[in-house]
Design a binder for this molecule. Sequence first.
Ligand code: AMP
Ligand code: MG
Length: 553
Amino acid sequence: MTTVCYNMTGPELDREAIAHAAQVIREGGLVAIPTETVYGLGANALNPEAVKRIYEAKGRPSDNPLILHIPGPEWLERYCERVPESAYRLAEEFWPGPLTMILPRKDIVPDRTTGGLDTVGIRCPNHPVTLALIEAADLPIAAPSANTSGRPSCTAADHVLEDMDGKIECILDGGPCSVGVESTIIDLTCEPPRLLRPGGLPLEELERVLGTVEVDAVVTRQMGEGERPRAPGMKYRHYAPHAPVTAVTGAPAASAQYILEHLDAQDGVICYDEFAPLFPNAEVQCIGSLQNKGEQARRVFDALRSFDHTQVTKILAQCPDSTGLGLAIGNRLKKAAGFHVVDVTGENRPNPGFRVIGITGGSGTGKTTALRVLGAMGVAVIDCDQVYHELLLSSSELRAELQAVFGNVFDGDRLNRKQLGEVVYHDPTALERLNTITHKYVISEVKAQVEDAKRAGMAGAAIDAILLLESGLGDLCDVTVGVTAPLEQRICRLMERDHITKSYARSRIDAQQPEQYYKENCTCLLENCGSPKAFAEASETLFQKIMEVKDHE
Ligand code: AMP
Ligand code: MG
């Protein structure tokens, strides 16, 4: 069979490709579908023959149930009995999104789809391509993850092709998955509701809506011999690359140290970006910065999968703590390890030398160089711009608050910056309201990340923000450093870096605070007025002094 791959990453929906894929679904064929979590392997959920082909293509045991994908809560009653009020509340808050609900099924859903269970898992995915496909086929699509059974899930169309080429009719390439781990599965057929699989929607979010949620034992440990899982699929080996994996939990500085001590030549390492320099001779896969669990979730499967293209003999992986998305990321790593887990420290050690340094300054002054120097000194770098972008993706509360004030400035769950920009750029009151909302969320997230870095045993945390002082983030810092540079130098740097004209660079700089502002309001100034090398050295000297002061206290 030839597998047709449609590129669906353009701004316009390719209606012809959707029509073809919908026809494949209606005729009982298989289509790999993009979703925000991972790629799915889809078929008509109501056709047992079509569903059988999913199991064959994946090599998946037939008692492992599939998830039904529907376009919204309006379809719940078609396939589920006795839908509780809580299901609608959850759908209202989190659909379309990475949440699967387990509900009693109606007879119209075949045994094949549910692995013989009298319940069905159901969710509304948040991807325009797949939603269009479901609508066009006018059928619920049953889909497990599109990987060969047991292998890491696919977060890009290339991975699907690796596993499914020649076995399925069609792949819809919707780009890389924005969440990167599978949906969270909540069983609503019991009281209290029970978390069967941690995933892209954090447990804390479910608890906010449902109150008490029980966490099934399979989330944190391996099923024992003869133990009966709530769902058959829970017992199978999962997500594993060819080489054996050890998941190392505990404070990140300690887990990195453990890995360093147990690493042989030919081994692979999965670690946070900050610790990669510790392993110059190993095959290293970084999964993102220490604080950025969104990025870790997006990259964990890619990291696991990539080792299958190498000769590594074993893989040692740093495992996050279990708050937020960490529960899902850690669960995937531990399952990939067959629950071979080493816990290096139950407790995080006190970290008295820890120092919080705020870095601010206008565009083109050289903040990035200064931050790189801090990173090399073992300081966790918190980029507030990135924190804000992550929050826009991960915080439904922030999105709701923005929506309430500025109207619908989102395309799906993506902020339409242009649209919001048009509102706030010409209206100072609107801009101030926007900042009041975003600063509140960014500050509380940055606070949490600083605490994480401290507990992780990092030397310190650097908060990188243009509006460090205006936003109130400066209050979190022991020291604030304003980076400055001569005007001419900044203009040249901006023109080169952002490919803009001299007058545009000049107008951008003029819109920012003058040097005097940093002189008056920061603890100290870091002047970038010589060669890049001289600036890096000056940065290092200043930061060493800042770190030392605390040591002697
Ligand atoms: P996958 O996303 O590929 O891991 O496959 C779907 C997973 O959803 C299965 O492995 C099950 O863990 C879960 N699932 C689907 N339907 C049910 C159900 N009725 N009860 C419990 N779990 C389910
Ligand atoms: Mg799977």
